[in-house]
Design a protein around this ligand. Structure first.
Ligand code: ANZ
Ligand code: ZN
Length: 872
């Protein structure tokens, strides 16, 4: 037979799937549903190899579940708003909309060439008014429900992109896209009240048992629940500015109160402002640390600095004990109360601080087994377990007992009318600021009226559409610059008013697209609740770990907010979550350090290891470390090139082979070629199996001889393992089983002569199972093979083969043989063998006779399927 020609076959089968619309899923389909979703792409212009991996993983599962009889929902869309479109407008003078839609068209063509079983009838683009109209409606629903609010906020301002950034978009104090040093500004912002759900978002993580533990842990840490005590410290009047009398702090370690050496407050704390009013040096210091910014990263890495305000606080358990109050750069206004007491012996930050300002430390928790007298702290704080020391009435208690004792005493002690201490739970999670000063985003549908304040855009006026004629010649927000767009009359009073020119963070767009896919045709509402409730949750969501915190958390919040506003009736959007690894490649560098692309290099393996040269000039090329594919390192491979050269099936097979999907996979040309050879091998094998006299369709024989049974066991064994492998997303393991089965099958097919009728039948069965086993991974080749096997229908439409379980039972079992507890050998017996039979076989062994050395056998103990022990 001829070689398999992917270039000819792949487009043909893609067209056939399209024509028959077999991947279109119907909402009234009576079969049980299965929703597979990969994170939708940003339309940057080209599909990259990471997309190919992501979508192939989902596609294998989707095709498999279809074959298993599910109504599979496997949609695709575009996360189409965002800055790059505006940058293109600035750099290339092409309108963001035109740029985005051109990219979508190009990428859609690329996605089609991968042969994915996608339901394109549900395609959505988040930049389309038919999508964002509903997002605007939900924004107004949230506003009514108190889930959206306008708030004056200190925000991270990116001076280059001229926009507000979320905390998580600030990396090492710099904007994640622009790389510019981020400034702090006070601005009016729209926020979503995600903190209303802090506890729920945390607790429900326990129910997500099909999520990776590491992702759940990252979310837990992000939400950051801590239990502690609010303590009102009295301020020493003689040292305190007029109008101030106490300092409220939040601590998770009230047990360490007797180790306190100082108090510290944030530069933004009102007490700091009050103290600075009369102290220009302090005011200077505050200005300095404010300029440094309060992004978490900066605070964690900067040297600890403080300034003594001169104010003294009174220890809650000892009126004569005064603690100095510092303004310190490591105390955040946004957490707790913006003030702390410092216990240097048991907190590293505090210890660094006191060591700098010579305030000393007193350990109050002593590790078990350590003599308290010799327990001193110098450079390393002790944050472990132990017993209380140097702590008056707490001495001898455990940390937990001491925490409780302090809480009890301070809760019952009143100053004024209020208790001095109060137990409190704090969360690190902040409300989600969604305002962005950008054009290419979903407009926030409110109008600002000088008389009526904030007025929601009335429902019939939705969507608030972006103007198509914005210009990008000035930095900043093109919506704000637009000559007419923002000028409107107030819907309430009819007076002159202005539209909100902020647009929504693009994370909003991706927080509910999975719900929209369930009924993207509904023009009147974001969802059709009856449909959404039936099709959700997503059974398996697949994407990069870089979205493990924000996107997933925002989606979990949005689902709850949509529930609160009647659009949906569930809490958790993603029942199963899978984070895939990256595609990585070694890097190549010229002597001058410039990177060159893999296609420009020839790599050879010689006596001295691997060596690379430049194809054009033959000059030596340095082989560098294996790294994530990136444009700057030039170590990318273009999916189009691979598909053009080898076909989509080879690319897919490669993506699934070797590495478990959660790990990084190293791109290797040699192994891609290996995958290509395997395609041809399968093709030959299937063709050989239908040679005259090999495996023609006949009636099933009444019984099977040993050869036929052996082949059938190999086929059903592989079927069993691949089935459970796909269900567990252990795709690389599946591929190994398919290869193994292929070898066993080839061995039988290559035997000369005509097989007996029972073997011929088994050959036919084996080739069908084989084709079906690799059909989720290499669907085009599988269709072509299915045709060779004489089917007129599509393998993509065939039911998954039935496993015959009795073929999985091993008919012999090997037992370890011991004499007086010592291993002397092994014995293989029929699985069905009875004990007397096993005993006889064991006693007949030479090794056993030798070990017994003529002594009589007293007892034979048989542990079924494992061990036989002869007691002599
Ligand atoms: C005294 C103490 C002693 C503390 C000790 C820790 C160890 P988590 O667990 O993250 O909630 N803290 C409170 N508010 C702060 C703020 N706005 N900025 C910086 N630090 C703040 O951390 C709670 C602990 O972080 C609190 O407990 C407080 O220091 C500090 F041996 O109080 B602790
Ligand atoms: Zn008005």
């Amino acid at each position: 037979s001829e070689r398999y020609n992917a270039r000819d076959a792949e487009p043909r089968w893609q067209a056939a799937w399209d024509q028959q619309a077999i991947f279109v899923s119907k909402n009234d389909d009576p079969r049980p549903k299965y929703y597979v979703l990969e994170m939708f792409p940003y339309p940057s212009g080209r599909i990259h190899i990471g997309h190919v991996r992501n979508y192939t993983l989902g596609d294998v599962l989707a095709r498999f579940m279809r074959a298993k009889g599910f109504n599979v929902l496997h949609p695709m869309g575009w996360d189409a708003f965002g800055l790059p479109a505006e940058n293109a407008a600035i750099e290339r003078k092409v309108a963001p909309k035109a740029w985005t839609y051109a990219n979508i068209a190009a990428m859609k063509k690329q996605l089609r060439s991968i042969g994915l079983s996608l339901d394109w009838s549900r395609e959505i683009a988040t930049c389309d008014p038919s999508y964002y109209k509903h997002q605007q409606k939900m924004f107004l629903d949230f506003l009514r429900e108190g889930l959206a609010e306008r708030e004056k906020r200190k925000v991270n301002w990116d001076p280059v992109d001229m926009t507000v950034l979320a905390n998580e978009q600030v990396i090492d104090g710099k904007g994640w896209r622009s790389g510019a040093v981020v400034e702090q500004r006070e601005m009016n912002q729209w926020v979503f009240k995600i903190t209303k759900y802090s506890q729920e978002l945390l607790s429900a993580l326990d129910t997500l048992d099909r999520w990776p533990d590491k992702v759940r842990l990252m979310q837990r840490n992000w939400i950051g629940r801590s239990e502690g005590l609010l303590i009102r410290f009295a301020l020493d009047a003689a040292t305190t500015p007029a109008g101030e009398s106490e300092l409220k702090i939040f601590t998770t370690r009230p047990d360490t109160l007797f180790g306190a050496k100082f108090m510290a407050i944030s530069a933004d704390h009102p007490l700091a402002q009050a103290a600075a009013a009369k102290n220009p040096k302090l005011a200077g210091f505050i200005g300095e640390i404010k300029r440094m910014g309060t992004a978490q990263e900066i605070i964690d890495t900067a040297e600890k600095q403080g300034f003594d305000t001169g104010i003294r606080a009174v220890h809650p358990f000892d009126p004569s004990w005064k603690l100095p109050v510092y303004v310190a750069n490591f105390v955040l206004m946004e957490y707790g109360t913006g003030a702390i007491f410092g216990c240097p012996a048991h907190d590293q930050r505090d210890l660094d601080f006191v060591n700098k300002y010579a305030l000393g430390n007193t350990p109050v928790v002593c590790p078990e087994g350590q003599d308290p007298k010799s327990f001193v702290i110098t450079d390393t704080a002790y944050d472990g377990d132990g017993r209380m020391i140097n702590s008056r009435f707490l001495d001898g208690m455990t940390i937990d007992q001491a925490k409780d004792e302090v809480a009890k005493r301070l809760e019952t002690e009143l100053r004024g009318n209020a208790p001095v201490g109060e137990r409190q739970v704090n969360f690190r999670l902040r409300d989600w600021g969604i305002s962005r000063q950008r054009y290419w985003g979903c407009p926030i549908p409110v109008i600002h009226c000088p008389k009526c304040d904030v007025v929601p855009v009335p429902d019939p006026d939705l969507p608030v559409k972006l103007p198509d004629d914005a210009t990008f010649d000035k930095p900043g927000n093109a919506l704000d610059h637009h000559p007419t767009w923002k000028h409107v009359s107030c819907p309430k009073c009819g007076g002159k008013a202005q539209r909100e020119t902020d647009t929504m963070d693009t994370f909003v767009d991706s927080s509910w697209y999975f719900a929209r896919f369930t009924d993207p045709w509904n023009e009147n509402a974001p969802t059709t609740p009856a449909v959404a409730n039936r099709m959700l949750p997503v059974d398996q969501y697949i994407g990069g770990v870089e979205h493990a915190i924000l996107h997933l958390l925002y989606s979990r919040f949005f689902t709850r907010a949509m529930k609160a506003t009647g659009h949906i009736a569930l809490d958790e959007p993603f029942a199963g979550m899978f984070t895939q690894g990256m595609v990585v490649h070694e890097t190549y560098q010229k002597a001058d350090g410039t990177y060159v692309q893999p296609v420009e290099v020839k790599v050879e393996t010689g006596a001295n290891g691997r060596r690379a040269t430049l194809l054009t000039s033959g000059e030596d090329i340095q082989i560098g470390p294996i790294e994530k594919m990136s444009k700057s390192k030039k170590n990318t491979v273009d999916p189009d090139d691979i598909i053009e050269t080898y076909g989509a099936d080879v690319a897919r097979w490669f993506m699934l082979s070797d590495s478990p999907p959660e790990r990084d996979v190293i791109w290797s040309d040699e192994r891609v070629q290996g995958a290509s050879r395997f395609v041809q091998r399968l093709w030959r094998l299937v063709n050989d199996s239908v040679e005259p006299g090999k495996g023609a369709p006949t009636a099933r024989p009444a019984s099977f001889g040993p050869d036929a049974t052996a082949l059938r066991k190999a086929a059903h064994g592989a079927l069993d393992k691949v089935t459970t492998g796909i269900e567990r997303l252990h795709f690389n393991v599946c591929l190994a089983h398919i290869r193994e089965f292929t070898n066993a099958f080839a061995e039988i097919l290559q035997r000369p002569g005509q097989p007996a009728p029972d073997l011929a039948w088994a050959i036919r069965e084996a080739s069908q199972i084989l084709v079906q086993l690799f059909s989720p991974m290499m669907p085009h080749l599988a269709e072509e093979c299915w045709q060779v096997l004489g089917h007129s229908g599509l393998v993509s439409e065939a039911n998954w083969p039935q496993i015959e379980r009795d073929l999985l039972v091993e008919d012999s079992v090997t037992l370890v043989v011991q004499v007086n507890g010592k291993k002397r050998g092994e014995v293989t017996v029929a699985t069905a063998a009875e004990n007397p039979e096993i005993e006889a076989a064991v006693l007949a062994l030479d090794a056993v006779k030798l070990a017994l050395d003529g002594k009589p056998v007293r007892k034979v103990i048989i542990v079924p399927k494992r061990i036989v022990n002869v007691v002599g």
